[in-house]
Design a binder for this molecule. Structure first.
Ligand SMILES: Cc1cc2nc3c(=O)[nH]c(=O)nc-3n(C[C@H](O)[C@H](O)[C@H](O)COP(=O)(O)OP(=O)(O)OC[C@H]3O[C@@H](n4cnc5c(N)ncnc54)[C@H](O)[C@@H]3O)c2cc1C
Length: 390
């Protein structure tokens, strides 16, 4: 592991401090109330945007702060560590790379400065479909070129923040699967302007889930998207999707590390304060060992996340590390969540302690944006050279 340069260490400290101070303005009751209503944290996301944190990855020439994935991950980690929820706004960071790497200069000039100053929100990523699941190459939404437009038809599911985003990156098939050599060819990425699309071919239906995540189902019926909104080359969308996955994995890992640390802090504090049988419950090894073990797992996962981010930022391959970081961090935060509920006893189930809310929130990362099984398949096939299992 490389030693941090002093100026980098200062930057990281000040980022952590700044995010922590901002999050302190959105304490537990704010999230609790939104959770009951399943309402979007508009004020929180607006404050983060105005403070410039969500434009961390946008280059300075387009009005962002031009930071790296390491710093973006620190921002999301601190949000979750403070008890807030990055799930409300993380997509702006993890899909940014697609636009940065593959968008035209004109697209970048048109959208990035407005995203950076908060005039436009790029928070929706339309990949998943009800019938194809994890097998993205089989997706059925089509985009057919007609003159200077694409006409899009299909259905998407689990598209989070669609109601709170002005732009969406949408993946659709532009060449029928029977006309391509490989199933991964013939998919394309379109930038959909939600303000124009809703009611003109795009219908959004919210899905109520076990946690507050603003996720939705999209029904797309003859939606017209200007051909100039094609990102990169037609037919290369799957490659662009894969290009962005390492960033997404690292950022989600950081959120899980933040969750894990939040749980450990709460469990430790409670274990010191709660007196049963005349002594703090944390004096019992049956309580302190699981917390200590969860702590060790969170810290170990963090090393993998730091390693993956360093590789990513230096432009080196990091697929195995990014995937392992996401899996280890998601497992560690889930373990910490379970341990914290156990430590709190009955109060772990009471809404006013926030443990049950965070427990529900961190459970998601075993499944989305990629399930643990698919990460294990990736490691088995691409790192260990075992036969492809699907
Ligand atoms: C709250 C929420 C928010 C989301 N937000 C978004 C979003 O913004 N945009 C978006 O595009 N998607 C989003 N998703 C979708 C998410 O990425 C998928 O749910 C996830 O990738 C899993 O796909 P699936 O649900 O279709 O499960 P499936 O692919 O149907 O899999 C079901 C189970 O079977 C397992 N499985 C499948 N195939 C194999 C195999 N070959 N080997 C071993 N196990 C296998 C999986 O691991 C999983 O456990 C979201 C999902 C949720 C729940």
């Amino acid at each position: 592991m490389t030693e941090k340069l002093p100026e980098k260490a200062d930057l990281h400290d000040s980022l952590r401090k700044g995010v922590r101070e901002l999050c302190a303005r959105f304490p537990d009751p704010y999230w609790r109330e939104l959770d009951v209503e399943r309402a979007y944290p508009t004020a929180f996301v607006k404050t983060l945007t105005e403070a410039g944190y969500l434009s961390a990855l946008i280059p300075e020439e387009y009005g962002g702060s031009g930071l790296s994935i390491t710093e973006a991950a620190i921002i999301l980690e601190e949000i979750n560590r403070a008890g807030c929820n990055s799930g409300a706004c993380h997509a702006q960071m993890y899909i940014m790379g697609t636009l940065l790497r593959h968008g035209s200069r004109e697209q970048k000039q048109r959208y990035l400065p407005k995203i950076a100053d908060g005039e436009l929100r790029l928070q929706a990523f339309g990949v998943s479909e009800p019938t194809t699941g994890s097998d993205t190459t089989q997706l059925r939404t089509t985009a057919v070129r007609k003159g200077d437009k694409y006409v899009v038809n299909g259905q998407k599911i689990w598209i989070s923040r669609a109601e709170h985003s002005d732009l969406m990156l949408l993946i659709a098939r532009t060449t029928p699967v029977e006309q391509v050599k490989k199933r991964s060819e013939g998919l394309s990425v379109l930038l959909v302007d939600m303000r124009e699309a809703v009611g003109r071919g795009l219908t959004i239906r919210p899905i109520r889930t076990m946690m507050n995540h603003a996720t939705t189902e999209l029904f797309i019926d003859d939606l017209e998207v200007p051909a100039e909104n094609l990102v990169g080359e037609e037919g290369k969308g799957f490659k662009y999707l894969l290009d962005g996955l390492n960033a997404e994995r690292i950022l989600i890992a950081a959120e899980c590390i933040g969750d894990g640390r939040w749980f450990i802090e709460r469990a430790t504090r409670y274990a010191k304060e709660r007196i049963v049988f005349g002594r703090p419950i944390g004096q019992n090894q049956g309580i302190q060992f699981p917390i200590a073990k969860a702590y060790a797992h969170v810290e170990a996962a963090d090393l993998m996340r730091i390693r993956a981010a360093e590789l990513f930022d230096s432009g080196r391959p990091c697929g195995p590390e990014a995937n392992m970081a996401k899996m280890l961090a998601a497992d560690a935060s889930w373990e910490a969540a379970n341990v914290t509920v156990q430590t709190f006893g009955g109060f772990g189930f009471a809404e006013e302690y926030d443990v049950e809310r965070k427990f529900r929130e961190t459970r998601l990362y075993q499944v989305a944006p990629i399930s643990t099984n698919l990460i294990l398949s990736f490691i088995a096939e691409h790192v260990l050279g075992l036969p492809r299992s699907y």
